[in-house]
Design a binder for this molecule. Structure first.
Ligand SMILES: N[C@@H](CCC(=O)NCCCC(=O)O)C(=O)O
Length: 257
């Protein structure tokens, strides 16, 4: 069987007089080397292409992190200069893509901005500047630090017993990194909380009634997937779900012939 293809979301960025659709390399490395899948970057072009055709072609969707924030009007919030930057082209693509992937049972892994998009796509809301809440940890990465320090594993999260994450780990707590300013506020009704930080921040969710693997994490397993067991376990689980989906499709096609 050929290596299954997954869709990887992109940011729309203005650079050298063009709009580019790009994603950071650690997501691609983790997809290839740890999940064992072939990543294909999908442009943030909203309804300019047919998502259902895309989802017939790929066997998984990886929703990446980004420094930009989901546009607040999409969850009933107010945009401010301090809350940006925004990426309307990305929002117009990822939100419908997430909803359709869940409906069609295509495995979904949503990371950082991705878990926030998953929550908003299903009707949840986001809290801005979570580090400003009373008793909150500083979940932001150090902008001045080198990348390994910015993405250092430095925070513990408690895993909800009986959930999807609990099935991946034989421990109730794992250590993760943290590079975000926002987090889920009202959790969408279809989501179940899979992990929380000790300050009450929602750190992972899954889709309760999803026909396939559908997990969001607020941290960045892609960054250390090559040498941290907990990070690798998440990408391996996603990869296994993608392979199962691809095999099931092949079997269904053979049975229909
Ligand atoms: N912008 C949102 C989402 C956070 C996120 O995806 N961070 C990744 C950023 C990677 C980087 O800046 O190097 C938020 O801040 O909550």
């Amino acid at each position: 069987m050929p290596t299954p293809l997954i869709a990887v979301t992109t940011d729309a960025k203005d650079l050298e007089k063009y709009t580019w659709h790009a994603t950071p390399q650690p997501y691609l490395d983790a997809a290839i080397s740890t999940a064992g899948v072939l990543p294909a970057l999908v442009p943030s072009l909203g309804d300019k292409y047919d998502l259902d055709s895309l989802l017939e072609t790929v066997n998984g969707v990886l929703v990446t992190g980004s420094a930009s924030n989901v546009y607040p009007a999409l969850y009933g919030g107010n945009a401010t200069d301090e809350n940006g930057p925004y990426d309307h082209a990305r929002d117009a693509t990822t939100l419908p893509l997430i909803r359709r992937a869940i409906e069609k049972g295509v495995p979904l892994l949503a990371i950082c901005r991705g878990i926030q998009e998953l929550n908003v796509a299903l009707g949840g809301t986001l809290a801005m500047e979570v580090h400003e809440r009373d008793g909150a940890f500083d979940h932001r990465g150090d902008e001045e630090a080198a990348f390994d320090a910015r993405f250092a594993i430095r925070q513990s999260v408690k895993i909800t017993p009986g959930g999807c994450l609990a099935g991946l780990f034989d421990t109730s707590e794992i250590a993760v990194n943290s590079v975000h300013r926002q987090a889920a506020s009202t959790v969408a009704p279809r989501l179940q909380v899979e992990a929380m930080a000790d300050d009450g921040t929602v750190e992972a969710v899954s889709v309760k009634d999803a026909p396939g693997f559908a997990l969001g994490v607020q941290w960045h397993p892609e960054y250390w997937a090559h040498n941290d067991n907990a990070s690798a376990r998440i990408f391996k689980a996603f990869g296994e779900a993608v392979h199962r989906h691809a095999n099931a499709r092949i079997s269904a096609r053979i049975a229909a012939e």
